[in-house]
Design a binder for this molecule. Structure first.
Ligand SMILES: C[S@@+](CC[C@H](N)C(=O)[O-])C[C@H]1O[C@@H](n2cnc3c(N)ncnc32)[C@H](O)[C@@H]1O
Length: 473
């Protein structure tokens, strides 16, 4: 029997397997020529990164489920390895702020920027410092007030089915506001939307300091998805899956108020832990910024940039955060949301008119070759890849501008896979950096707990993460 037949019978596409092995070898030799056998073996530096347990200070890390976030002990180790106490660090793809939280706990000052408004809000709300006494007092008061508000569960939806319009009208008649979420009744059972609107109104009116208000909104954000019809498991985007439809037909009815109160109690404890572990002088600062536009990024110089860019075609952050963005008024109209979409890097589909194509061309040979290869199969996918590669190229140019002399840019990346073929993020970063930054330490480690189920389904190699240090020349 031929090898390829054995492979097929074993469920393995040998052609794909071999082309990946050859490609990996090519990527390695690409670096070996330039440097010193990058990632050929696991370096000693990687040892502390093989952390698998969950016994580390959780601080405020688990206050919101953010896709593909850093594993906190890894973020902490990166900070220890690549910065000194008191230094200034930037994460320009900060997501939910994992790196900044660890930076603060280790006495480093930091900035975090991200294109996603929810990310910026979540990161800033996870890093508020609160007094234990005040937080406890608020919790008792809120618990009393919310426990006495009746849920709409069982009180609505028995007559003719409500559509988006009649549900909104019902809310208005009861002094409640439901944001203009398209296909509202697809995403929510009517009672759940009304209960969310009630909690939202309660938070708006609740008298407390700005910091505690942020914890309330963060908790609200954490309930928006868990009380919807969307499946909480996949991280790729937002979907009412078959599993969820079956669950709903069997009577799934999340108790919105009690989920909110339970999450609030946990988030207060987390905020207290974060407050105890940090000082005012290392409080991170966050702002919304597109990494491809230097003028939007905070001015340097930074001693270090430590970051984990999005993977190509893995998590759709824009879609994934639709409900939270509406409920938190981070975007209020469909048009406002549409204007944000083209700015996200890593999307599976990108319009021909995207502004990144206007004045930029791919520079590196690896990116050019990959682009031509994908173009032979699909215009659409090639365009999406080009957008990603151009984004990485511009991000690195900008990071170079922001770094202090001898400053370090540390990238943590995984590979993407398209049609079974490897798309090496490491190769893209390294060749984009070549004109400005020299290669420092490089190593890889096995990935633990990265919240990335979509990429797994997509065949991306998420078992290994690569660390690439680049030093300003
Ligand atoms: C892998 S995630 C970072 C997760 C983060 N390390 C954490 O622990 O939560 C990548 C981030 O890149 C952001 N991003 C995508 N395109 C961007 C752009 N053009 N400018 C800035 N951030 C962008 C996404 O919104 C996402 O939050």
């Amino acid at each position: 029997m031929s090898i390829s037949r054995v492979g097929r019978l074993a469920g393995i596409d040998l052609e794909v397997l071999f082309s990946n092995i050859i490609e990996r070898a090519l990527v390695r030799s690409f670096f070996a020529l330039k440097d010193r056998g990058l990632f050929a073996s696991i370096a000693a530096e990687a040892a502390p990164y093989y952390y698998s347990g969950d016994k580390f200070p959780h601080l405020s890390h688990y206050s919101f489920r953010y896709p593909a976030k850093f594993h906190p002990p890894v973020a902490a180790q990166l900070i220890r390895d690549f910065t000194e106490p008191g230094e200034l660090v930037l994460d320009p793809f900060c997501g939910s702020g994992t790196l900044n939280i660890e930076a603060a706990a280790l006495g480093r000052r930091s900035f975090g920027t991200d294109i996603d408004p929810l990310a910026v809000f979540v990161a800033s709300a996870k890093t508020v410092r609160i007094s234990e006494k005040i937080a406890n007092r608020h919790f008792v008061q809120i618990y009393k007030s919310l426990s006495s508000i009746p849920s709409w569960a069982g009180r609505i939806g028995h007559g003719a089915p409500l559509n988006d319009h009649s549900l909104r009208q019902h809310a208005n008649e009861n002094g409640l506001f439901i944001p203009h979420i398209p296909r509202l009744t697809h995403w929510y059972q009517p009672y759940a939307a009304l209960d969310l609107a009630k909690i939202r109104k309660f938070i708006e009116a609740y008298g407390c300091c700005v910091s505690f208000k942020k914890i309330l909104w963060l908790t609200f954000a954490s309930v928006v998805r868990s009380s919807s019809n969307a499946d909480p498991t996949p991280v790729s985007g937002l979907e009412v899956t078959k599993i969820m439809r079956e669950k709903i037909s069997r009577g799934f009815a999340p108790d919105v108020f009690s989920i909110f109160l339970k999450n609030l109690e946990k988030n207060i404890t987390r905020a207290k832990d974060y407050s105890k572990a940090t000082t005012h002088s290392s409080q991170p600062v966050f702002s919304a910024a597109d990494v491809t536009k230097l003028t939007e990024l905070p001015p340097g110089p930074f001693d270090a940039v430590i970051t984990s860019p999005p993977y190509h075609s893995a998590v759709d952050y824009y879609r994934r955060h639709t409900l939270e963005m509406y409920w938190l008024d981070l975007t209020t109209t469909h048009e406002e949301r549409l204007a944000l979409k083209p700015l996200y890097l890593g999307q599976g589909k990108v319009a021909k008119s995207n502004a990144l194509f206007d004045r930029n061309e791919l520079r590196g040979q690896y990116a050019k070759n990959k682009y031509s290869e994908i173009l032979q199969v699909s215009d659409e996918r090639a365009r999406a890849f080009k957008h990603y590669a151009l984004g990485i190229q511009l991000a690195i140019e900008n990071i170079d501008h922001l770094l202090a002399h001898q400053g370090r840019a540390v990238f943590v990346v995984g590979d993407s896979v398209w049609q079974g073929k490897l798309l090496s993020t490491v190769a893209l970063i390294q060749e984009s950096a070549e004109p400005y930054l020299r290669l420092g330490k490089t190593f890889c480690y096995s990935l633990k707990n990265r919240y990335m189920s979509y990429a797994r389904r997509n065949g991306a190699d998420i078992k290994t993460e690569y660390v690439l240090e680049l030093i300003k020349k």
